[in-house]
Design a protein around this ligand. Structure first.
Ligand code: HCA
Ligand code: CU
Length: 374
């Protein structure tokens, strides 16, 4: 059954470098690779060594570092690039060839027979070297299914370890991903990788459906950074899986995720997004009275993820006019003050009235609580 055997391939150092504000120095590339390795992702994908001389040197350094993760590089399906990848010591080579009609026209102009013939040369070369080989059809979801299956079956017969499905333009729907992956799953025996962009906000949902349909490898980046608005995020994918069953992600060092997200956010000069699963400053923050009442009684009422799993704490907001008396009483307890229910209700009423007048801060609220102390 799917979900039991899956691998995360982090491509922050390839797809992530394609993010508008990303430019990692060699030292930063190494630091990101080591941080990813410490979290425990199974694969780390690096920019093609053909991209620039420093990219080739960085691949050599990181692939030679003895990380637990497999270090793979992402290259065009071209003999020169494949050779360079092998020479730099990559442990895996992720080949890419555009198969959709719009991209074939705008990009390389080859037909399917030519694509398959060129793939055979490159895959034949790589098979003589000790590397994991993946072949991905760029823009999979705008490629017609018979053409797609033909390409995948051809490269599977050439002995690739994995084929890749890429939602390059972020157009696929979760159901479509499920259906296409299931069709591909039935047609080839090798592993299946999914790479999904977030243009329509479906990257994580699509990646999850791919897993449900039998994909084995999911591409992610830290915070989801990548071309345009990026792909599925590492923390998002982990959150998605952990809500089903924390044991699915128990092999990762989850407490490192918030730091890793902050580190990459700093490197590319953005804040950790407010809607980032796990790492958002507000991911475990509760505000409205109804929510705080229930969550203080039983965290599972409004939390599907235990913040402690990720080394985070729950926070309960009191300095606002939506506050409820339970939250007020809890804040008083934190301050070492005892408030009866009546006093807590009165304090809450005062906070609400003040909150109608202006913004509140926690110092003001604490002062009110001290006033009501018995
Ligand atoms: C791109 C390439 C890619 C490749 C994905 C893959 C995409 O930058 O256009 O190798 O599977 O989204 O198609 O990132
Ligand atoms: Cu991509």
């Amino acid at each position: 059954m799917p979900l039991e055997r899956f691998f995360l391939l982090d491509t922050t150092l390839r797809e992530g470098e394609q993010f508008a504000t990303a430019r990692f120095t060699s030292a930063q590339r190494l630091a990101v690779a080591e941080a990813l390795d410490a979290v425990g992702v199974e694969y780390i994908e690096l920019t093609s060594p053909a991209a620039s001389p420093q990219s080739a040197r960085d691949l050599e350094t990181i692939a030679g570092r003895g990380l637990r993760a497999r270090v793979v590089t992402h290259v065009r399906c071209h003999p020169d690039d494949a050779r360079l990848a092998v020479e730099c010591g990559a442990q895996g080579v992720n080949l890419l060839y555009a198969t959709s009609e719009p991209l074939r026209r705008a990009s390389h102009g080859r037909d399917l027979d030519q694509i398959i013939a060129e793939a055979e040369v490159v895959i034949g070369y790589l098979r003589q070297h000790n590397v994991e080989i993946r072949f991905s059809a760029e823009d999979t979801f705008r490629t017609d299914l018979p053409a797609l299956l033909r390409v995948y079956q051809a490269v599977a017969a050439m002995g690739v370890h994995r084929i890749g499905l890429a939602d390059t333009v972020g157009i696929a729907t979760p159901r479509q991903v499920y259906d296409v992956v299931a069709r591909v799953r039935a047609a080839v025996g090798c592993d299946i990788e999914f790479h999904g962009h977030n243009d329509a906000g479906c990257a994580i949902a699509n990646a999850f459906c791919a897993l449900e349909a039998g994909a084995t490898h999911i591409d992610v980046t830290v915070l989801g950074i990548g071309e345009r608005n990026g792909i599925a995020s590492l923390s998002g994918m982990i959150a998605r899986l952990a809500t089903l069953d924390p044991s699915l992600v128990a092999r990762y060092d989850l407490e490192r995720l918030p730091d890793l997200d902050r580190m990459v956010a700093d490197l590319v000069g953005v804040p950790v997004p407010f809607d980032a699963p796990i790492s958002s400053p507000f991911a475990f923050h509760h505000k409205a009275g109804l929510h705080t009442k229930a969550v203080l009684r039983d965290p599972r009422s409004y939390e599907v993820l235990d913040p402690a799993l990720f080394g985070r704490n729950r926070t309960v907001a009191v300095a606002h006019r939506l506050v409820g008396w339970h939250a007020v009483a809890e804040r008083a307890r934190e301050l070492g003050i005892y408030l009866s229910e009546t006093a807590a209700r009165q304090a809450a009423a005062r906070i609400k009235a003040l909150g109608d007048e202006h913004e509140l801060d926690s110092t003001t609220v604490d002062e009110i609580l001290y006033e009501f102390a018995e």
